[in-house]
Design a protein around this ligand. Structure first.
Ligand SMILES: [Zn+2]
Length: 343
C-alpha cells in the first residue's frame, strides 16, 4: 500500500425509497424518524453511531469469527488492535484486567447522514397492525390498541467518511526524546545537587500492531463495506439501498475534512447540486491530493436520476479533470491507486 496517503476521504449522496433507517426516541406506539430542524423546517437524519454500526456489520460479513469481536453485556469490546479488525478500525473504550481503562480513537471518522429534503412533503405515517387469523370479537377491540405508527420517508441523504490512514493498525505510545535537568525545581539557597533532577522529555510515536499487508486488507474491507453496507434497521419490511449514488473520493497527503462540504443542494425542496460550491471545494482539496498517473487522486461516481442536474454535475467534474465513473468504479479506482488488490 502507498505510504504517502494520510487520508482517504469520501462524501456521497444516496437516495432512498420509503423507509425508516434509524428511529428516534419514539413512544410506545410510535416508531419515529430522527429529525433535526433547520431554517424552520424538519429534516431526517441517521446518527453517526448508526452509520458506524452499518459499516461494521458489512465488514463482519467478510470476516471469520476470530477476526472481530462483539460487545459484551457492558457494551465493551475486546480492545485488541492486532487481532480484531473492528476494534482497530472503529476504536474502543474498554477495561482490561491488570491494565485498566483503555481507549482508542477510531481512525475511521463517519458523519451522520443528513436528509437534504424537508420532511414536510416527503413523509407518511404507516400503520403497522398485528392482525392474527381467527380473532374473536372481543379480541378485535383489544388488538385495535395494538397498532404501531411508523414514520416513513423518502429522502436524499448526504454522508461521508474520512480514514486516518496512518493510524490504522497503529496506536500512539509515549516515547522519551531526551532529558532535561533541574528546571523549575531549584529554589534560592538550595544546593546545586538538589536541583539536578533529571526528567525525560516525552513525545508520542505510532506503534505498529499490524503488518502493512494487513493494514491494506483492513482498509480494503472498509472501502468495500461502503459499496455494500445494508444492515439498517427495519429492513425486513422496508428493504432499502442506502449505498452511495453520487460520490466523490480523494486520496490525500494531508489529513483534512474539507471534501465533506463539496456536496450541497441549492435552494429549497429541489435535488439540485450546488455546482459552484462543488467546484470551489474540489479546487481547494486538490492541493491536498497525492498524484496518480500524473494527475490528482480524485474520482467521482455518478448514477443518473439521483439529482436533477446530473448532466451539469458531470460537466463540472470533467472540467476540473475528475474522472467520472460509477460509484463502485470510483471506490475501486481509489483502492487500485492505494495498491490494495480487489477481493
Ligand atoms: Zn474487538
Amino acid at each position: 500500500m502507498r505510504n504517502d496517503v494520510k487520508a482517504i476521504q469520501l462524501v456521497w449522496l444516496s437516495k432512498t425509497g420509503l423507509t425508516n433507517l434509524n428511529s428516534g426516541e419514539g413512544g410506545s406506539n410510535l416508531v419515529d424518524i430522527k429529525k433535526f430542524r433547520y431554517g424552520g423546517q424538519e429534516f431526517p437524519y441517521i446518527s453517526g453511531q448508526a452509520m458506524r454500526f452499518y459499516l461494521k456489520e458489512a465488514i463482519r460479513r467478510h470476516l471469520q469469527p476470530q477476526e472481530a469481536c462483539v460487545a459484551d453485556e457492558q457494551g465493551e469490546t475486546c480492545g485488541r488492535i492486532a487481532e480484531c479488525v473492528l476494534c482497530d478500525l472503529f476504536g474502543f473504550m474498554t477495561t482490561v484486567p491488570d491494565v485498566g481503562a483503555l481507549t482508542r480513537v477510531s481512525p475511521v471518522k463517519v458523519s451522520p447522514a443528513m436528509g437534504l429534503l424537508p420532511l414536510d412533503g416527503t413523509m407518511v405515517m404507516d400503520f403497522l397492525t398485528r392482525r392474527h387469523r381467527g380473532v374473536t370479537a372481543e379480541r378485535e377491540a383489544e388488538l385495535r390498541s395494538d397498532i404501531v405508527n411508523v414514520e416513513l420517508a423518502v429522502n436524499l441523504y448526504k454522508a461521508g467518511i474520512c480514514v486516518d490512514v496512518q493510524r490504522v493498525g497503529r496506536e500512539e505510545e509515549l516515547v522519551s526524546i531526551g532529558e532535561r535537568r533541574g528546571r523549575g525545581r531549584r529554589r534560592r539557597g538550595e544546593g546545586e545537587a538538589e536541583g539536578e533532577a533529571v526528567r525525560p522529555i516525552l513525545s508520542v510515536q505510532l506503534r505498529e500492531y499490524a503488518s502493512d499487508a494487513e493494514r491494506a486488507r483492513r482498509i480494503g474491507l472498509l472501502l468495500d463495506a461502503i459499496k455494500d453496507f445494508s444492515d439498517y434497521s427495519k429492513q425486513a419490511r422496508l428493504l432499502t439501498d442506502f449505498t452511495p449514488d453520487l460520490v466523490l473520493v480523494t486520496l490525500q497527503h494531508n489529513y483534512s475534512h474539507r471534501l465533506q462540504k463539496a456536496l450541497e443542494l441549492q435552494g429549497d425542496n429541489a435535488a439540485i447540486v450546488h455546482l459552484e460550491r462543488m467546484r470551489q471545494i474540489l479546487s481547494e482539496v486538490r492541493e491536498d491530493l497525492v498524484s496518480v498517473n500524473n494527475g490528482p487522486a480524485w474520482w467521482a461516481g455518478v448514477v443518473d436520476g439521483i439529482v436533477d442536474n446530473t448532466d451539469e454535475v458531470r460537466r463540472v467534474l470533467q472540467e476540473l479533470g475528475v474522472p467520472v465513473l460509477t460509484p463502485r468504479q470510483a471506490i475501486d479506482a481509489a483502492k487500485t491507486a492505494l495498491g490494495i488488490s480487489s477481493s
